[in-house]
Write a protein that binds this ligand. Structure first.
Ligand code: GLN
Length: 385
């Protein structure tokens, strides 16, 4: 009898366990300060927790509607209209998802067919390529420049073809902290004009942009909005990554296709937290202060790094800071990230894992969504490098 499990051909032969799980596990094992996986070490606003409790105890514990509870979809549409000037119809164009990753997977699954090409910008967040491959698509990669992580629009133009079904964009960008300008969106729109290529725009760090910049959402750009799935995440905005709630904005026809898949992936998302978020979102102050909140942490962490031999790269958005160790070591970043966790007690993310082809820019990603004392402790330890 052949052993079915042993002879089973993997659908994702090149994929291992995500780096976030690997590094958080190692950090826990070593008792290290965990600046690897991106999550805050502080709690959501007590007022939001009280709202969740109210709805939990108030009996809102059965299935939510498949697309999300109406008050939350309405609140998302209101917020988007206020921020971007674009009005999405909550009934047909807004869907609540179980986090950003599920939103991205579902958008890819409903858009990509075998033989389609999907363009991604590397370094690329690690969930994009496997989702494309599972859908039978082919990933086409363009490299962001180093160390500024700017797109090469001329190359993007050369890589697009009639087979390009989808372009996946991400600003503010994980892992680099780079932020696109309005000009970047214009370049993308011009390249896609007259094509049937769609866009998945991963904007989960939309409220975390620094130094007076403005987040350039595809939802603000009418030409792009008409062909985009725009992905957002409450986990990032409200310090609650464990709640796994996000959303997708897309024109009616795209949302209809999205929901065909969504209903059989998660069906719906937990009810009490949706109802709580719907109430909490009505007050814009609950998310508009986020940039200043994280800019203080970014600045504190960068100041702390200046006492180490690591060199911070530019950070225009997200809660990730890249640091170059080129002056310190020739080690590959994966080896160094592991050694720093074990020997110095600070966990980070090696950036090379976000490239398909071997590449060593000698940079590590540190998450600064942490209490100041946590950041200070990490910098003290990193100073020993
Ligand atoms: N988005 C988080 C990060 O970049 C990780 C989320 C996850 O572990 N799936 O660190």
């Amino acid at each position: 009898m052949p052993d079915a499990a042993a002879s089973f051909p993997s659908r994702l032969p090149h994929v291992g366990t995500t780096i976030f799980t690997v590094m958080s596990r190692l950090a826990a094992e070593c008792g290290a300060v965990n600046l690897s996986q991106g999550f805050p070490d502080f709690s959501p606003d007590p007022a939001l927790l009280a709202l969740v409790e109210k709805h939990l105890r108030g009996g809102a514990n059965q299935y939510a509607p498949m697309a999300g509870v109406a008050p939350l979809r309405e609140a998302i549409a209101e917020k988007t209209a206020a921020q971007c000037g674009t009005r999405y119809d909550p009934e047909h164009e807004v869907t609540v998802t179980a986090g950003g990753t599920q939103a991205i997977f579902t958008a890819i699954a409903c858009a990509v067919r075998p033989g389609d090409e999907v363009l991604i910008f590397e370094p690329a967040y690690d969930c994009y390529a496997p989702a494309v491959e599972l859908a039978g698509g082919t990933v086409v990669r363009t490299q962001l420049g180093f160390p500024d992580y700017r797109p090469d629009w001329a190359e993007v133009g050369r890589l697009l073809s009639p087979r390009t079904r989808l372009v996946i964009v991400n600003s503010p960008h994980n892992p680099t902290g780079a932020v696109w300008t309005a000009g970047d969106l214009d370049q993308l729109a011009a390249l896609l004009r007259g094509t049937s290529t769609l866009v998945v725009s991963d904007e989960v760090y939309e409220h975390i942009v620094f130094d007076g910049r403005r987040h350039q959402s595809c939802a603000r750009h009418p030409e792009l909005a008409a062909r985009s799935f725009v992905v957002g995440s409450f986990g990032k905005t409200f310090h609650a990554t464990g709640w796994k709630i996000g959303h997708v904005l897309a024109p009616r026809q795209l949302t209809a296709e999205f929901r065909k898949v969504h209903q059989f992936v998660v069906f719906s998302v937990n009810t009490p937290i949706q109802l709580a978020l719907a109430e909490f979102l009505r007050e814009p102050a609950h998310y508009l202060g986020l940039a200043a909140f994280y800019q203080r942490r970014r600045d504190r962490f960068r100041a702390g790094l200046s006492a180490t031999r690591l060199r911070p790269l530019a950070c225009a958005g997200t809660y990730f800071q890249l640091a170059s160790y080129a002056a310190v070591s020739d080690e590959p970043d994966v080896a160094l990230a592991e050694r720093l966790t074990r020997e110095l007690g600070v966990a980070s993310i090696p950036v090379s894992v976000f490239h398909a082809a071997p590449r060593q820019d000698r940079v590590l990603r540190f998450c600064f969504a942490k209490e100041e004392a946590t950041l200070d402790r990490a910098c003290e330890r990193l100073a020993r490098l």
